[in-house]
Design a protein around this ligand. Structure first.
Ligand SMILES: *Cc1c(COP(=O)(O)O)cnc(C)c1O
Length: 358
């Protein structure tokens, strides 16, 4: 007899992250490497974070606040909700996992897009859910198609706005029409990891106000992107007390560490840093659009901090060639790549290297 693994694991593969800078330096003997692969903030994080986390170093022997009370209160104040409607997690990645564990039974139908954030599919399958995959339309979410995929067996729907990896968004009107047509017993997960970068006015800028009318929604946000705290793993979810109380039953104790909690609170207080990050991203996006236009390169219109483009060449080859020049991007499929918008210096280096390769 041999040990048996759960059958749900059979066609799962481990998550494949963006390549770390140190790996590339070591493998290729490079001294300067730029990572434009994982949608991290090229400006770092708020300088206020440093002082805040130094204080935590004085009591590393103590467990963190398991309820992250101060962070919840700070978030609630900022967002205009009750602390009981906010739940921090170890990255919003962890919340994706916890949502699947809370809601998905074997055989439940779960609607999601392709191409989108890969953890929706993995955690759905992990729980034995039946993924119902709705392809993107013109590289953007097809909410009409998702609505038409609802059946009696539908349990949950994953939405990402703006979408990763394409950067495309859907408008407030499209979202409202969609929500009005989804039966209220179906859970709608609305992942807004990049909402702070959106420049388009038609975006649902006030998603939190939807919670009153639609208690079946969970809104996911993160400190990993515009706040620049990806290393610390902290995100948060806004939802009804009933939903969060149930998620709390399966939440690992002390899931958000003390350094992450202190850093997130400090980061929330620095609006100037967020504003600067938004401006640098907007400027970088316009620069890259211009260059792509001149080079005759197609790209999806992005409302995030990354651009999905057609390099015209096999994506793995473009990835390898750029890496030799000290730039890490994300190969997607066919000739498509995703590049994170960097500082102007990084953007310029990316463009000059891309020109040499193509
Ligand atoms: C980056 C990202 C996240 C998760 O980030 P965490 O680092 O786990 O907070 C979640 N959703 C999308 C769409 C992302 O791109």
């Amino acid at each position: 007899m041999s040990i048996e693994f759960r059958p749900e694991l059979k066609d799962l593969t481990p998550y494949s992250p963006g390549k770390p800078i140190e790996d590339v330096k070591r493998e290729l003997g490079l001294t300067q490497v730029y990572k434009m692969a994982s949608n991290e903030n090229p400006l770092g994080c708020s300088p206020k974070v440093n002082a805040a986390i130094l204080k935590v170093f004085d009591h590393l022997n103590l467990y963190p606040d398991g309820n992250a009370t101060d962070l919840k209160v700070a978030l609630a104040k900022k967002l205009g909700v009750k602390p009981s409607q906010v739940q921090p997690s170890s990255g919003s990645d962890e919340m994706v996992d916890q949502i699947s564990k809370t809601f998905i039974n074997p055989g439940d139908e779960v609607i999601l897009a392709d191409v989108t954030f890969p953890r929706y599919l993995t955690t759905t399958k992990m729980m034995g859910g039946n993924p119902v995959i709705v392809p993107l339309k013109n590289f953007a979410y097809d909410l009409e198609g998702m609505k038409n995929s609802i059946t009696e067996k539908t349990k949950l729907i994953w939405l990402c706005n703006p979408n990763n990896p394409t950067g495309t968004m859907f408008s407030e009107k499209v979202l409202l029409d969609f929500l009005a047509s989804v039966p209220k017993h179906i859970v709608v997960v609305y992942d807004e990891a990049y909402n702070e970068y959106v420049t388009n006015e038609e975006y649902p800028h006030d998603s939190i106000s939807l919670l009153d009318k639609y208690p079946n929604i969970l809104i996911l946000r993160t400190f990993s992107k515009i706040y620049g705290l990806a290393a610390l793993r902290v995100g948060y979810t806004i939802a009804s007390e009933e939903i969060l109380n149930n998620i709390d039953k399966i939440r690992p104790p002390f899931n958000v560490n003390a350094v992450a909690q202190a850093a997130a609170i400090a980061a929330l207080e620095d609006d100037d840093f967020v504003k600067k990050s938004y401006e640098v991203n907007k400027e970088g996006k316009e620069y890259l659009y211009n260059c792509f236009d001149q080079m005759g390169i197609w790209y999806a219109p992005s409302e995030a901090n990354h651009i999905f483009l057609d390099s015209g060449k096999e994506c793995k080859e473009v990835f390898t060639e750029l890496q030799k020049k000290g730039i890490i991007i994300r190969p997607m499929f066919k000739t498509y790549i995703r590049v994170s918008i960097g500082t102007m210096e990084e953007n310029e280096l990316f463009i000059s290297s891309l020109k040499e390769i193509l």
